[in-house]
Write a protein that binds this ligand. Structure first.
Ligand SMILES: [Zn+2]
Length: 131
């Protein structure tokens, strides 16, 4: 094992507080949230079980980066929304797209700082009264 890898080799978590592995050296049952999602799973209430640490050479953001791992054995199937939940969600999204001034569905989520659709925001108040 190279010295750089040994720096992040801490399966017992003595140095880092939680079990820590170098890049590509984590045990097979520990997965990132993204890897769980790819298998149709979610962490399911368990906390972070371990981490992968690696030295990032990315331009502008050098330093040690971490990926948090969850135990696939404690993972649960991804929740699927019930029809009622989906309906409520659709309603909430529609409300976020509906302009309170012209009452139209703008087709996009209204910018919060405007509170109206872009058309209404751009119409000067005196013209709006005529229209
Ligand atoms: Zn509007």
């Amino acid at each position: 094992m190279s010295r750089i890898r040994a720096r992040f080799w801490d399966p017992a978590g003595k140095r880092y507080g939680i079990p820590t592995y170098p890049w590509r050296m984590g045990p097979a049952h520990l997965l990132t949230r993204r890897q769980l999602t790819a298998r149709g799973l979610r962490p399911g209430g368990q906390g972070v079980q371990a981490q992968i640490l690696w030295a990032s050479r990315r331009h502008g953001a050098p330093g040690v980066r971490a990926a948090y791992l969850y135990d696939v054995r404690f993972a649960l199937p991804k929740r699927t929304a019930t029809p009622a939940q989906r309906e409520a969600l659709a309603k909430a999204n529609a409300a976020r797209r509906t302009c309170p001034d012209c009452r139209r569905d703008a087709g996009y989520v209204l910018p919060r700082h405007l509170g109206t659709c872009l058309d209404c925001a751009q119409t000067p108040t005196d013209l709006k009264e005529v229209a």
